[in-house]
Each structure stands twice: as C-alpha cells, then as structure tokens.
Ligand binder design. Structure first.
Ligand code: MOS
Length: 735
C-alpha cells in the first residue's frame, strides 16, 4: 500500500525525535561509504562509462582560440572528410546550446565569441581519437573585437547586483562617520585570484535518443535543474528527458549547472543517429565550464582602544561575463560573524570577457574569510590582544545585521577546545622569534563559519516483506557519502541493520531532490528520508494499534509493550511505501543559521627560499548533529586541504590580452599534493540544531574551507613577520 505524500515545512524547531533515541545505534557512526568498494573496483560507473560495449559514437569539442571576436567562418569540410568522422555540428544552434545555461540572453551569442575557449563545434566520429584529430582540422576565421579581460580595469563600470541579490548591500548605522572617529582604524585591501573547481572526474555526458525521448548520463550535482537546462538547450519538453547521474567524481560547484558536453552530446546523437559520448578534456574543463571570480576586497574596521568593534566595512569587487548575474558572495559570513553597530558590507559586479564565474566550493566564505580573518589577526596584534581574545570581545549576542537570534552558535567553544588541543598558549608571541635551522616557525588561527540552508527535497522509502528497505530520491552523491548517510538515517529510523537498506540515487525518474550544493544536501535529502521513514513508522504503529511513540524498532523487530514482532510479520506479505518532502520554513527567517569552527595552524617558513610548509592543522567544528563521523571528517579534510591550496598555491592566471586561462590543466594549476599536507586533525563538538533541519544538523561540507587559508597566512606572519594580503602567499611574496 501507499500512504499519502507527507510534506513538512520547517516552521518551528522540532523537539526530540526518533533519531535521538539511537535505538539501532548507527546514525553518526563512522561507517565506510558503502559504494566505496564499487568505486575502487571500477563497478561504480561514471557518466562516460555508461553504454559500455554498445554501438556509440564519440564527440570532441572545437573551441575558440581567441577572446572577444566575431566569427567570420567555421569551415568543417576537412574535418568531415577525415577518416572515421560521422558528422560535424556547428553554427548558431551549437553556440546557443553550448552556452546554456550560461548565457540567459543566449540569442545575443549568434556569430560571436564571448570568451576564449567558447565551444564552436562538435566533431562526431567512430572513435574518440578520430574525433579529437578531426577537431584540429576545423578552420575558423574571426574578426577580433575589443575585449575586457581584467577586473582591475573594469572597477568604474562595476554595478550593484541589486536588492534581490543573494547578498544585498548590508548597511547599518553610520559607518563612515563612526570609522572616521574610531580610536583605532584598520584599512587594508586584499586580492584573491580566480580558482578552478578542477573536479577529478571531468564533465562528461552520454546521450541516447529513443524517438523524441532523450536519456542523458552526465556528471551533475543538481538533477532537477540540470534536466531543465538540458531540455531547454536541446529544445524538447522536460518530460522527454531522463537524466542519470548515479556516481559523480566531484563537482565543487562546477556541476551545479550542466557543462557544454550534455547538450552537445544530445545534438550530436541526433545528427549521428546513434548514442554519442562527449568527455571534456582537462583543458576543456578549465576553459569551458566555470570558475571562481577573482576578488578585490577592502576591509575597514574601527575599534575602541580596548578592541571593541564600532565600525565594520567589507567592500568587494567581483566579476562575471556578460549576461550572468551570479556573483561571488564574498562577505556572506562578514554579515553575521562579528559585532559592530555601524556596518557597510557591499558587493559590486564588473563584466569581463572571460569564462563565466559561478559557485566554486564555499562560494563567498572561501575567499571572503581569507581577508576578514587576516584583518582580525592583524588588528588584534595592533591592539596588543590575543587574536582569540579579540574575537571573543566581539562575539555578537544576536545577528548584528538584523538582530535575529542564532539558531545555535558554538564558536567560542570551538576557540576554547581548539586552543587547548593545539597548545595555543605555547605559540611564539612575537613574529620571527622561533627558528629551527633555516626555518621560521609560527602559529595562526582563524574562525570558520558557513551559512546553513535547507532546500526542498523528496524521498520514498519502501519496506519489503523480507524486512529490507529501499530508499529512492534523485539526490546525488558527489563523493560526499550521500548513499551511506541516507542508509544510516533509514536504518536508524526503521531499526534495521544498515546492510538491509539499499539507496538509489541520481536518476530523475526518482522523487525530486535538493541535490548536492551549498552544503545543504545531507540535511535536506536526509530530512526527506526521515519523513518517509516516519510515514512508515506511523503505518506500522497503526497496524499494531499503538501510538508511534510507543513503538520501538530494532534489528528488524517491532517492540511495543510486551510484544516483539518481526517487521515481515506486520507487513503480511505486503510492501509498504513511505513518502516525505521537506521544505524550508519560517525558522529560516526567524533565526540566523550557520555552522561554526576554528582553525589552528603551525607553519615553517624557509628563511632562504620563502617556502611555507604547513606542519600542523587542527579544525574544531560545530555543525549540529554529525550524521557519519567518517564522511564528515573527510569533508573537513577536504576543506583543510583546499585551504592550504588557497593560501599557498591556487591561482588561475588570466592572460590580460585574450582572457585565456593560461594554466588550464593540473600540471600548471597548482593544488596541494600529499607532500604539501601534514597529518590533519578534525574535532566535532556535540551540538543539536533543531531549527536547522529535522535531523538537527547543519551544513558542513564547505565549513572547513572557510577561514583555513587565513589561519595559514596568520601563521606565516607569526613565523616571519611578513603579512601577505595578495593571495596566494607564494614564495616571492613571503621572501
Ligand atoms: Mo557547492 S560550490 O554549492 O557545489
């Protein structure tokens, strides 16, 4: 039987739930990711591996080798005549299709190149090699245009993204007047470079037509919006498209939208009359998907002599390409992290003719806290205060922009726990005061915070007569552990061993899900699974004629009063389906919701070469209920490592003459490797946030990246007395 849909809006904090009983004892446990064995043994197919062994063709993109330009001609005749080539598609349809969803005003793209690397054509051939070779035979003629490639040159043209923006101007009190009169004034400007998401699995798609119906396997984070983007790009009704993305090798924001591969594979398959596979090369991934905006950030903080913040400004310039309204919400955490009555927090968006910018892991905090947390350190030193004491002095009681209460906030506890575990009191007090041979040794710390969001998400859980459960939701697992935590939630709710729960994800034929993004996935998809399980529990209780709260489920048995009955017996041969939909509700407007943490870092800086080695890195985090200690810890390791990258290495270099992303591969775009990463430590504080989600958890994935880079540059200052405000802190800037 099937119960009615069960929709729940998060309008108030929930009380204790079945999860708090912990009867089965599996939620929160450090279970291994159950698809892990499939992944390492090649049995978890990534997008490109579908339709293995079938009669398919291969597509390879031709991209623009010029910045802003008009296209005079694209001559595909030599490519079409090359061995093994089935067809070459090009022209305005291809320009529009491959620009979606990147250019909302897609019609203006006709005949034009908007950025270096823009897709121009797709060669479809019998083999990948034949397609790649023939792509080199396509001849393009351009009329070069006047391009804008540098943010710094466009500052005068930058605009306010508007009141509907994700981060509207946050103005309170009289910033300028109060800052001008402040006893202590801090005013510094920081720059952060463009970043690439550089997920391990390149964007790739396989498209297959069956009459008017299209099936696409692609590497995606948000299936519900991605399937609409594909349908719009191809020009078919969304009902005709099924999108599958069962396993994803990382996204980091670059797969929140589709890549050009998805629509081009579909158009190529139509033209070739057979399924087509398109994988982006690593260079294509860098040059044709999306990137993080470079930023220029001015931070001004006015304090009393004792260190109380009276005025706080964080003014930011970011870029995107024409027609794209997304902007890096740099100051997303500055808005609520520290007290200060007079505030001015703004973003201005400039246009350049470079690859579009979009969300890259921890959009906002990842770069905004590089500056804010460096500024807090520098100002603490100027005030002769311990950086932790300075932060404690400015801990707000309510959110300083709108006086909303915090749903939960254990930031001070994170500082305390971190300081004691790290041995903060033993750090060098003065810069350049501890030396080991050639190396200066120093320590630094920074706060971490990440806004919490809950998104609408639906799930179905089926309980079969054999006492096994199946979870169905179009959620994705981008390497984060979605399969495993949804299994754990179901096992805990229904009293089953985790191995008796199968989780099916990544298919638009399943109930629509929040997908993976913005650190909302675990709590959003998880809350919908919780509701679907609750739906089943109610039905089981009804059949036993007991109140659900008097029903205990454990090890496949229902226990009520002195009765203990196997689930299979209650089902009587029937399969039950529970359904649940979670929606954000009033708690999102009546409380300020965020996860918090603190980073502590020790570095060694080479006095001869300027090289920085991170020696120790500790993160203490409070993010509500932790659903799986191992996957949560791994998420934080990822954040810490990315933090090392953004502090010391990562920088997408933009050619100021063409907008070419010069270092468009993993040989030239430096990310930390094992030799750059010390033993990492992550500690979670016990916390429940019952206003944030039905699971009492908050977003975690991106938290550990927020602020960690500043802990590293603060440690560099403590080690050698050099303050780097132009990220990354490469050797030349530290020497
Ligand atoms: Mo995240 S940048 O929302 O994948």
């Amino acid at each position: 039987m099937t119960t009615d849909a069960n929709t729940y809006a998060m309008d108030e904090a929930v009380g204790e739930t079945r999860l708090d009983r912990g009867t089965q004892g599996v939620l929160g446990k450090p279970l291994n990711r159950y698809e892990g064995a499939l992944k390492v043994s090649g049995r978890a197919p990534y997008a490109y591996e579908h339709l293995a062994g079938e009669d398919v063709a291969y597509g390879f993109m031709v991209t623009a080798g010029i910045g802003r330009a008009k296209i005079r001609s694209v001559d595909t005749s030599k490519a079409e005549a090359a061995p093994g080539v089935l067809t070459v598609i090009s022209g305005d349809d291809v320009l529009r299709a491959s620009a979606l969803p990147m250019a909302p005003a897609a019609q203006t793209i006709d005949g034009e190149v908007f950025h270096y690397g823009q897709p121009l054509a797709l060669v479809v051939a019998e083999t990948f090699e034949a397609a790649r070779h023939a792509a080199t035979l396509v001849e393009t003629l351009y009329e070069p245009g006047q391009g804008r490639y540098s943010l710094r040159d466009q500052l005068d043209e930058a605009v306010n993204p508007g009141p509907g923006a994700m981060q509207p101007d946050n103005l309170r009190g009289e910033f300028e007047a109060v800052f001008a009169e402040a006893e202590v004034q801090f005013d510094e400007t920081y720059t952060t470079p463009s970043h690439s998401a550089a997920a391990m699995e390149p964007h790739a798609s396989v498209a297959k037509w069956d009459g008017d119906n299209l099936t696409v396997w692609s590497s995606c984070q948000l299936l519900e919006t991605n399937v609409i983007q594909i349908a719009n790009g191809v020009g078919v009704p969304v009902e005709n498209v099924r999108l599958l993305s069962p396993y994803v090798g990382g996204g980091f924001g670059s797969k929140l939208g589709i890549g050009p591969d998805a629509v081009l594979a579909a158009l190529g398959a139509k033209a070739a009359g057979k399924p087509v596979k398109v994988a982006l090369s690593r260079q294509h991934v860098f040059q044709t998907t999306s990137r993080r905006s470079e930023t220029i950030q001015r931070v001004r903080i006015g304090t009393t002599k004792e260190g109380r913040i009276t005025a706080l400004a964080h003014e930011n310039f970011v870029v995107n390409s024409t027609g794209n309204s997304f902007f890096e919400p740099v100051a997303i955490s500055t808005v609520f992290l520290y007290a200060g009555e007079n505030r001015k927090i703004t973003h201005r968006l400039a246009e350049t003719d470079v690859l579009m910018t979009a969300s890259v892991r921890a959009p906002g905090e990842a770069v905004g806290m590089l500056s804010l947390e460096s500024a807090m350190d520098e100002l603490a030193i100027r005030l002769d205060l311990d950086p932790i004491e300075f932060r404690k002095l400015n801990e707000p009681e309510v959110a300083p922009q709108d006086d909303l209460p915090f749903s939960s906030r254990k930031l001070l506890q994170c500082y305390e726990e971190g300081a004691s575990r790290f041995g903060w009191q033993n750090r060098p007090e003065k810069p350049a005061s501890r030396r080991e041979g050639e190396w200066w040794i120093g320590s630094g710390m920074a706060a971490a915070s990440r806004s919490h969001q809950l998104m609408k998400s639906s799930a179905e859980v089926e309980l079969a007569p054999d006492g096994r459960a199946t979870v169905r939701t179009a959620m994705t697992d981008i390497g984060t552990g979605s399969y495993t935590i949804l299994q754990q939630i179901t096992a805990e709710m229904l009293g089953l061993p985790p191995g008796h729960v199968t989780v099916l994800l990544g298919d638009t034929a399943l109930p629509p899900s929040s997908g993976s993004g913005g650190s909302w996935g675990a709590n959003s998809a998880g809350s919908s699974v919780y509701l679907a399980c609750e739906d089943l529990v109610r039905e089981l209780a009804k059949r036993l004629d007991v109140d659900p709260s008097d029903l205990t489920l454990k090890d496949g048995q229902a226990i009520a009063g002195n009765r203990q009955i196997p689930l299979g017996e209650i089902l009587g041969g029937e399969t039950l389906t529970g359904r649940g939909t979670i929606e954000p509700g009033k708690t999102a407007e009546t409380t300020n919701q965020a996860s918090y943490g603190a980073h502590f870092c020790e570095v060694a800086v080479n006095a001869v070469t300027g090289e920085t080695r991170v020696r120790r890195l500790l993160t203490v985090a409070a993010a509500g209920r932790i659903l799986n200690e191992k996957t949560a810890t791994s998420q934080c390791y990822g954040g810490q490592i990315w933090g090392i990258g953004s502090a010391l290495e990562e920088e997408l270099v933009i050619d100021p003459r063409t907008g070419l992303l010069v270092n468009h591969d993993l040989a030239e775009y430096h990310v930390p490797v094992n030799a750059d990463v010390p033993q990492l430590e992550v500690v979670f504080l016990e916390e429940r946030d019952t206003a944030a989600s039905l699971l009492a958890g908050k977003g975690l994935g991106e938290l550990a990246l927020a602020g960690v880079g500043a802990a590293i540059t603060n440690a560099i200052y403590n080690a050698c007395g050099v303050r780097v405000r132009d990220y990354p802190a490469t050797l030349d800037k530290v020497l």
